[in-house]
Design a protein around this ligand. Structure first.
Ligand SMILES: Nc1nc2c(c(=O)[nH]1)N[C@H]1C(S)=C(S)[C@@H](COP(=O)(O)OP(=O)(O)OC[C@H]3O[C@@H](n4cnc5c(=O)[nH]c(N)nc54)[C@H](O)[C@@H]3O)O[C@H]1N2
Ligand SMILES: Nc1nc2c(c(=O)[nH]1)N[C@H]1C(S)=C(S)[C@@H](COP(=O)(O)OP(=O)(O)OC[C@H]3O[C@@H](n4cnc5c(=O)[nH]c(N)nc54)[C@H](O)[C@@H]3O)O[C@H]1N2
Ligand code: SF4
Ligand SMILES: [Mo]
Length: 748
């Protein structure tokens, strides 16, 4: 496929609505038949799940003579409407990329110099098993850290960690939505809360950028709401594609909590909240009222830079639309150290509107476990079975990040996630104890964790670094052992729960044989490594089909049934909102607080942070001559993952630094000029993009560029790596902080 064909194809997915591929990322409703027509009669279709990002959209993979020819959305799924994005379309480009990792490798030269020898899988397993044994004997299982992106694959990877008694098992969440998860958990006792955008009449985003930070189901829902006349307000220091679809409010970075508190102040003063809801379902309203009583629109104008008239108008419009009104709780949410208080405040204002369990508001995700609690829903969904494992050795120490320790903010960090940035701290400082080995799966800390040079310094200090990836990434290039996973188009994965308003399961299955025969799926890699390490008993299944069948059988489903459609959702079940027909229904089955209330004031949060209800904290603003540095997603790339994928690299090989026209004029910088960005500690070369679409005190770049691994031949050395500039700071609940760094910019 050439670039032109790809563009056309990527823009018009199978189902009619599609996500644009340019930085503009607009949704379009035109679907010319010619773009999707197929003439080849030998084509077969395999239903599976995408992995070009972690959303795992259901896909239909077209295969001709054993080769993947194209990928479309799975038409059997209604929520995604048979639509995928440009990155999803580009799967074959990754699959057949000659630059993929093809063989296991062991390092032979200095770390980072790229000297490796190809080895057999058995040699790789033996090397890891022997090294881990020594490290475990000398320093204990806790000295081995495990970090992987969260997902269905991580069961196998984590089993190795649990098997050696390490408490230090991490997901990537602290770099992503963790402050939101902590906020939800503190208020509802559960993280599985989602927003029903499609039915909302008024949506306010605090940087959430659905048209570039794509989630197909959410992005479609937002577009549907706009089509139906909903108003969208976007607070963002820069004009994102999403902001261009609604009213853009260029808020001063890191001040969102002031805006939210002022909204609460206005709503309370003008008595615009849902009194019955607040009284019946919530606790702590009085403490919240006290916290916002002096947070007037005048005060917020000074903090946020948004005129008070605008704050009052938006608040009134929002309140008029209740309960079909959503203050969005964000997705990538680790912007500031106390970001989780912002997320709590957002959800408190939402709940003041009574927008819970009604169309156009927030709802508890209706997965099998919830659905089974309601008589009218039983029979619609059965829970997946678990694969029972023997008891794991109990870790002898607590975690390095303080997760779960009472009386400190760490108490609030979800145990299954942890604060992944703390691995770097432990390696460099030996506090609270020394991490000696790091197992990394499907994660790229050098690009994803702030202050890349510190991450690299840490990697260089390790006794053992093992990386499992599909590319020789900026992290893999420092590894002792590299394990090449096959791509998602060549493997099975455990069935994944993707429930929303109704339950849903998605299957990933191979569309084609292995392109590079020495690559393997991760379930097999960790089962075989486990067996080599005498941990075989923790992998009590013969193969992945057997694993999946044990998930499905208790649910009354079968693998062959899922293979046919790729997705399963209970037939005939309508979206279920608990309070749609009964505004006084008990919330006992959808929230998990002992108090049975949605807690505005949280005793647990009070205990951990001394802020039982959110309090405002002012963050520093850029001094004269400096800029706040913010970042975000671009429609055609995924995080730290796709910049070297041929067709996506061709579409967008590098990023640039957005700078306001007036600020650029002051510095004598023209559009396209070479520039030097400096954080005072680190410097980065780049190119300027001069635009009116950003605040004069802020600069912005798309995340994921500026790669240092020479093996990423297309991406190497192009663009700006934001995390090279961002200074490391771990937030209150273990989150990375990505909007706190100030930089200067000059002409190169
Ligand atoms: N400054 C700043 N930092 C950020 C962000 C930001 O906007 N600004 N974004 C943050 C966010 S939201 C997130 S989620 C994180 C993401 O951080 P990561 O999880 O590190 O990013 P991913 O792009 O998901 O890619 C992880 C790795 O998975 C590899 N991979 C892809 N497919 C496969 C596969 O099938 N098997 C294996 N084994 N590996 C595979 C990719 O090659 C890549 O190296 O970064 C965070 N860091
Ligand atoms: N195409 C594509 N889609 C993706 C991904 C991808 O890499 N590519 N990644 C997926 C992942 S892992 C995630 S987490 C989601 C992320 O989806 P979003 O959370 O929507 O993520 P970002 O694009 O990082 O959006 C961050 C926005 O916040 C703004 N911002 C920065 N600081 C502040 C501030 O202080 N206040 C306000 N109000 N705004 C601020 C930035 O300018 C930017 O526009 O997207 C997912 N979808
Ligand atoms: S959003 Fe795009 S890249 Fe991510 S899983 Fe869906 S189709 Fe694939
Ligand atoms: Mo993310």
């Amino acid at each position: 496929m050439n670039r032109r064909q790809f563009l056309k194809y990527a823009l018009y997915g199978a189902g009619g609505t599609a996500i644009g591929v340019s930085g503009l990322g607009a949704l379009t409703k035109v679907a010319p038949k010619s773009a999707i027509a197929t003439t080849n009669t030998e084509e077969t279709t395999v239903f599976s799940a995408c992995e070009m990002c972690r959303n795992q959209c259901p896909i239909a993979v077209k295969v001709v003579n054993g080769k993947v020819t194209k990928i479309e959305g799975n038409p059997n799924d209604s929520g995604f409407g048979g639509v995928i994005c440009a990155r999803g379309n580009s799967g074959p480009s990754l699959l057949y990329d000659p630059q993929r990792l093809k063989k296991p490798m062991i390092r032979t030269g200095e770390r980072g110099t790229g000297k490796y020898k190809e080895v057999s899988w058995d040699e790789a397993y033996t090397y890891i098993a022997d090294k881990l044994k020594v490290i475990q004997q000398d320093f204990g299982g806790e000295s081995v850290a495990f970090a992987s992106r969260k997902g269905p694959h991580d069961w196998f990877f984590r089993t190795i960690g649990k098997g050696i008694g390490s408490p230090n098992i991490f997901s990537h969440e602290a770099t992503c939505p963790m402050t939101r998860s902590v906020a939800l958990d503190s208020m509802f006792g559960v993280e599985a809360i989602a927003a029903d955008y499609a039915n909302a009449k008024y949506i306010v985003s605090f940087g959430r950028n659905w048209l570039e930070g794509i989630h197909i189901a959410q992005t479609r829902a937002i577009m549907k709401a706009i089509d139906n006349g909903a108003k969208l307000v976007v607070l963002d220091p820069r004009l994102s594609v999403t902001a261009s679809k609604g009213e853009w409010i260029p808020i001063k970075g890191t001040t969102d909590l002031a805006f939210v508190m002022a909204m609460a102040n206005i709503i309370i003063t003008e008595e615009r909240y849902d009194k019955d809801f607040v009284e019946r379902y919530t606790s702590g309203f009085d403490q919240w009222k006290e916290a916002v009583k002096d947070k007037t629109p005048e005060w917020a104008e000074n903090e946020t830079g948004i005129p008070k008239e605008t704050i009052i108008r938006i608040t009134r419009e929002f309140a008029e639309a209740r309960p079909q009104a959503i203050l969005d709780f964000g997705w990538r949410t680790g912007l500031t150290p106390n970001d989780f208080q912002l997320r709590r405040a957002i959800m408190i204002v939402n709940m003041m509107m009574g927008n819970f369990e009604v169309p156009g508001g927030y709802y508890r995700i209706k997965n099998a476990s919830v659905t089974n609690r309601f008589p009218e829903m039983t029979g619609y969904a059965k829970a997946l079975g678990a694969i029972n494992q023997p008891a794991f050795p109990k870790p002898v120490t607590s975690r390095i990040d303080g997760t779960g320790i009472k009386g400190i903010p760490g108490q609030l960090i979800p145990e299954g996630d942890g604060a992944v940035g703390q691995i770097v701290e432990s390696i460099l400082t030996g506090q609270p104890y020394q991490i000696k080995a790091w197992m990394v799966h499907r994660f790229n800390p050098v690009i994803s964790i702030t202050e890349s040079d510190r991450v690299i310094e840490a990697l260089k200090k390790l006794d053992l670094l093992v990386v499992c990836d599909v590319y020789m990434t900026d992290t893999a290039m420092f590894a002792d052992v590299i394990l090449p996973e096959c791509s998602y188009l060549e493997r099975h994965e455990p069935v994944y729960d993707m429930s929303g308003l109704t339950p849903k399961y998605v299957l990933r299955q191979p569309a084609v044989e292995l392109v590079y025969p020495d690559t393997k799926p991760s379930w097999q890699i960790y089962k075989e490594l486990g067996e080599k390490m005498d941990l075989g008993k923790y992998f009590p299944f013969q193969n992945i089909e057997n694993y999946i069948s044990r998930q499905l059988t208790p649910a009354g489903l079968s693998l062959s049934q899922l293979k046919q459609k790729g997705v399963w959702t209970p037939e005939g079940m309508k979206p279920f909102y608990l309070r749609a027909n009964d505004s006084q229904a008990s919330l006992g089955n959808v929230i998990s607080k002992v108090s049975q209330k949605i807690e505005f004031y949280s005793e647990e949060v009070q205990h951990a942070t001394k802020q039982g209800v959110p309090q405002y904290k002012r963050h520093p603003q850029p001094e004269e001559g400096k800029f706040r540095f913010v970042q975000g997603k671009v429609a055609v790339h995924t995080n730290a993952g796709t910049v070297n994928v041929p067709v996506l690299n061709e579409l967008m090989p590098e990023n640039s630094l957005w700078i306001n026209k007036a600020s650029a004029d002051n510095l004598g910088i023209l559009d396209g000029d070479d520039i030097i960005i400096s954080s005072g500690i680190y410097e980065h070369k780049g190119k300027a993009k001069v635009t009116e679409g950003i605040r004069p005190d802020t600069v912005f770049c798309y995340h994921g560029f500026g790669r240092i691994s020479p093996e990423l031949k297309r991406a190497f050395g192009k663009g700006i790596n934001d995390n090279k500039l961002i200074l490391n700071q771990i937030g209150e609940v273990g989150n990375v902080c990505t909007s706190m760094t100030m930089v200067t910019v000059k002409k190169a």
